[in-house]
Design a protein around this ligand. Structure first.
Ligand code: GZL
Length: 322
């Protein structure tokens, strides 16, 4: 009899501990450290909001650092996350190179790493759990193909066309690959030439300043290809101040598909924007939860994206979230 009571009380004790453990596990908040690039563009602001909103909705504690477009700030934030022992680290690298050391420290600490939006030049894919974002070469090719088709439709398919290019942040994945993708297409059309190309660092102000310098050269400019809409919108100001009609005297192609680009296209001041979705928050939270649950994720997940111009921008504008 006594043995039965002892067994029963041991069983009850075990059940109490198990349920306490489960309750604790259920209670323990997931803590994520996210080292963001900065707030350089409407795209980035929307990207940050998407991640913050999704983490808040999921009850995830987000420790968010704005790197102000400086690599050293992001590296410091990543090291702080390691010291804090967060559950998962998220990160969008401002440039491709210079991350080897800190990434090794993250791997040595055994903290899963999610790469969001941008890429690094580190060999292989073992150093991160998953990458989510856009195919930047594809975006450059979409821009080039749209331009070639538009010129054809305008009866200018054989004209000598001078293109000026506003590049994104020097050394960043989107700047390198959007240039590469666009040039893949330009190479197929001998009448299309990039005559001037300079970085505008993805910002509106610099886009405007560099466009002013392009215009001051006095060379014929038929097209502006900007690696993001913010630089295109800044350049539109410079084109107007030079007494020219943006969207007419100079064809303008951007990337991101931010609201300002839709408004400019609807006003006839811009011609095309290639979508690059910043709304990665829900995908990011889904990946965090799966990693914490011990699941393995696909190494790459591309966003589904479209091209907008005067044929569809007006109708799409009211639906835009960023
Ligand atoms: C692209 C993203 C780029 C945007 C810019 O995924 O990294 O950075 O195109 C932003 O607007 O600054």
């Amino acid at each position: 009899m006594k043995q039965k009571c002892a067994l029963l009380s041991a069983l009850v004790l075990v059940m109490v501990f198990v349920s306490l453990g489960a309750a604790f596990a259920a209670e323990k908040k997931i803590v994520v450290g996210f080292a963001q690039i900065g707030a350089e563009s409407d795209w980035r602001v929307a990207n940050t909001k998407s991640i913050q909103d999704a983490c808040a909705a999921a009850g995830i504690e987000l420790r968010f650092v704005d790197g102000q477009q400086k690599q050293e700030n992001q590296i410091k934030a990543l090291r702080d996350f390691i010291t804090q022992g967060v559950d998962v680290i998220g990160f969008s690298p401002v440039v491709e190179s210079g991350w080897d050391e800190v990434i090794e420290e993250i791997n040595d600490a055994g903290i899963p790493l999610i790469l969001s939006d941008r890429t690094t030049d580190i060999e292989g894919t073992d150093y991160y759990a998953t990458w989510m974002g856009s195919n930047f070469i594809d975006e450059g090719e979409k821009a080039g193909n749209w331009l070639a088709g538009y010129l054809e439709r305008q009866g200018r398919g054989k004209d000598e066309i001078n293109i000026v290019e506003l590049q994104g942040t020097v050394g960043s994945g989107p700047a390198l690959d959007r240039k590469k993708g666009f040039e893949n297409i330009i190479a197929k059309h001998s009448n299309l030439k990039i005559t001037q190309s300079q970085t505008g660092d993805f910002t509106r102000d610099l886009g405007r300043t560099v466009m002013e310098s392009f215009l001051k050269k006095g060379e014929k400019i038929d097209v502006l290809y900007a690696h993001n809409d913010d630089m295109a919108l800044g350049a539109i100001q410079a084109i107007k101040e030079a007494g020219l009609k943006p969207g007419k005297d100079i064809i303008i192609v951007g990337v991101d598909a931010v609201k300002g680009a839709f408004e400019a296209i609807a006003a006839g001041e811009m011609n095309c924007t290639v979508e690059c979705s910043p709304l990665l928050g829900p995908q990011f939270v889904d990946a965090v939860k799966k990693l914490v649950a011990g699941e393995t994720l696909p190494k790459i997940t591309y966003s589904v994206e479209y091209v907008y111009d005067e044929t569809n921008a007006k109708e799409e504008l009211p639906k835009r979230q960023y």
